[in-house]
Design a protein around this ligand. Sequence first.
Ligand code: PLP
Length: 387
Amino acid sequence: MTHRETLRLSVPEQIEGRPVTVPIFQTAIFSFDEPAAMAAAMSSPDGAHFYSGYTNPTSRALEDAVSALEGGTVALATASGMGAMNASLFGVLRHGDHVIAQKAVYGGTSGLLKDLEEQWGIEVTWIAGHDLAEFGAALQPNSRVLLLETIANPTGYVPDLPNLLGAAHSAGLTTIVDNTFATPLLCRPIEYGADIVVHSATKYLGGHHDLVAGVAVFAEREPYEKAWAQAIKFGAVIDPFTAWLTLRGLKTLPLRVQRQANTASDIAHRLAVHPAVTAVHHPGLPTHPSHTRASRLLSGYGGTLSFEVNGDAERFMSGLDLIFRAGSLGGTETVAMHPASTTHRHLQGEELRATGVTPQLVRLAFGLEHPDDLWSDIEQALKRLPR
Ligand code: PLP
């Protein structure tokens, strides 16, 4: 170095003592001794890291962790749950293909499928998700993908994963399951035959309402490589700092999921006998239409519920003091939202009814607060509703 402007910082290559936590590799690019090694790194997700818009060691640590939790072969971490869903779908689908999808899926996913139908030459048939005959009737020669959601948002509907995934495989379809609400603690869809498991890591995996991320886990390599190539083109690859935050969240996932599920069950039982509440939707309640299936397929019922008030749902929400009126879910704070005017606002009439959303429905996603404090808040807000 002849000039101080030319200072090159030295990057520690070998250190004595291994770090206990995964370091943040906050670098956009990686350097090589030979140009040929650089070219090789660019063309595969498995070789050396080339560019953090392709792969990164911190992101790889997250991918390996979620893949292990889900019992997959390999995973792709993305900038959001929708990034994981888009990369997975675009990796598999070709113009003229047909998708069979569960009616009660997240509004962003149903919106994406509608776009694919209207603008990209993909056909979509919507099914309830528990009837093999209905799936058989939906099958077409060009059927390519079956898309399900383990615990559907916001009604808690649980589809018949093993039977539908089995039937879809026999028909040669690729199966995608959104496992955001269940997390790999409550369900591992690959064990029931899923090819691709998608997560909005924004929710329980990250777990603190402080990041937006996604992960897709693959049972086999082939769809992974296609989704990876697609994620690069979309610019949907996760950044290292967000990957690190998600890894940090993962360490407490079992503790959080257990606590949130216990609170959801406790509040569901209290709401079920409240005079101002007309219905409670939580798969843990014996009255829920999916209860028997959920008990067989899941090892817990999740940390969310929805319920219908006898009166104005938005007025109930305005009366909440402790619980945040906010979207998303799965973090440490309890949040309430009104799906009819937010996540499901693009649906009307029969389409809205098919998702189970009514104007009186409120979704609660539980955090880590004491259940008695949450119940006091809910109870006082219900009391404010006019009789
Ligand atoms: N899947 C489910 C079940 C969701 O609830 C959401 C977001 O609410 C998504 C996917 C999309 O995730 P993201 O907001 O991280 O893109």
